[in-house]
Design a protein around this ligand. Structure first.
Ligand code: 3HC
Length: 330
């Protein structure tokens, strides 16, 4: 006991002395684009930033199943239902890869999920809006998955290996999601006048919340600077938002839909589209838990978790039985 105490003290002193050296070596690795792996030394703040971002991302994928899940039983055809079912299942898979990536940093999955259910952990603001018509499924695929893709492709080059590798697969699937959404919008826009109106109405409601997905303006983004120094983030929130606007304008034109922003205009000098002011008070209010569906989303997740308890218990009991059998025959 005594020797352990002494050892720990010495170790602590050695670490404190070596900290600047360790931090320098860590930053050198980052600057040389060498991935950080779970067993590598890392500053505690880097670890915490990753756990925060990856777990928020995982929660977003899981809560993100709910708005579209709402239309699974009402999809307009068997083909649409199969595609939507596959997409919603993909989101569940993304959540699971991401929880696993957070676990490589020493986080406990149970604790992360508890924080979500207690309303302490964040998830993407976008999933607190309702899906009122089938066209919303199209708008979500086109805009929400499209925005997620623009945000997440750079994460494939994130400095933390397990997160970067999870993102490669996730982005391949998100790209299919974006296309299926745009294809729904194409079908609606080529359909009857009522269908076209549904598509326009969905675009009107999802456009501004999609722009908010990229996070607060750079001047108010508390994490961006450090996250970019660590190459967790590769672009700022505003850079990615602008990319999304520039990509979406010709897509909306092709659909012959109107983006709900009278200030939207191509700026010949910058080559980008200027756009109107975002209502940031709405964004902060959704983050505080006061969006149209926040309470409903968390209540649904809690209920699903409680109702799935027997499945988790059965899986653990089965695993324990297999372990006992292996021990008996070895
Ligand atoms: N919704 C909820 N919270 C948000 C948010 C949003 N759209 N944007 C920012 N925030 C929060 C941040 O989490 C942070 O809160 P915290 O300090 O309590 O953690 C605060 O607002 C300040 O924002 P910052 O810009 O300083 O935070 P970040 O540097 O972390 O940037 C981010 C925010 C761009 C969302 C970044 O975390 C990120 O790229 N995350 C990974 C991707 C992700 O989580 N995407 C969510 C959508 S996933 C999805 O859409 C599923 C798909 O299937 C459609």
């Amino acid at each position: 006991m005594y020797s352990q105490f002494v050892d720990t003290g010495v170790e602590r002193m050695r670490c404190a002395e070596e900290l600047p050296e360790l931090e320098r070596a860590f930053q050198d690795k980052i600057d040389s684009d060498i991935k950080i792996e779970p067993k590598d030394w890392m500053p505690e703040a880097y670890r915490q930033t990753l756990v925060r971002q990856i777990s928020q991302h995982a929660h977003s994928e899981i809560v993100g199943m709910l708005p579209e899940g709402n239309w699974l039983t009402r999809a307009p055809s068997l083909r649409r239902k199969l595609i939507l079912l596959a997409k919603v299942q993909d989101e569940a898979g993304h959540g699971l890869y991401l929880y696993s990536a957070a676990e490589t940093l020493g986080a406990s999955r149970e604790a992360l999920i508890e924080a979500l259910h207690a309303g302490k952990a964040k998830y993407s603001s976008i999933f607190n809006y309702p899906t009122l018509s089938w066209a919303d499924v199209g708008a979500i695929g086109w805009l929400v998955d499209g925005a997620a893709l623009i945000n997440q492709i750079p994460l494939c080059r994130c400095s933390y290996g397990p997160y970067a590798r999870a993102m490669v697969r996730i982005c391949k699937e998100e790209s299919f999601h974006q296309r299926q959404g745009y294809e729904i919008m194409l079908a609606l826009c080529a359909g009857s006048a009522v269908q076209k109106r549904m598509a326009q109405d969905a675009l009107d409601r999802w456009w501004w919340p999609s722009l908010m997905m990229f996070g607060p303006p750079d001047a108010e983004s508390i994490h961006t600077q450090q996250a970019m120094r660590w190459k967790i983030k590769r672009h700022t929130n505003d850079e990615l938002r602008q990319k999304f606007v520039d990509q979406s304008v010709p897509q909306a034109d092709y659909l012959e839909l109107t983006l709900p922003d009278p200030a939207l205009k191509r700026n010949e000098q910058t080559g980008h589209y200027d756009f109107g002011a975002i209502d940031w008070s709405e964004f902060w209010s959704v983050l505080k838990g006061d969006g149209p569906c926040n309470r409903q989303r968390i209540a649904t997740r809690r209920q699903a978790y409680d109702e799935g308890r027997w499945v988790r218990e059965a899986a653990l009991a089965y695993g324990a039985k297999q372990d006992r059998r292996r021990a008996e025959f070895s």
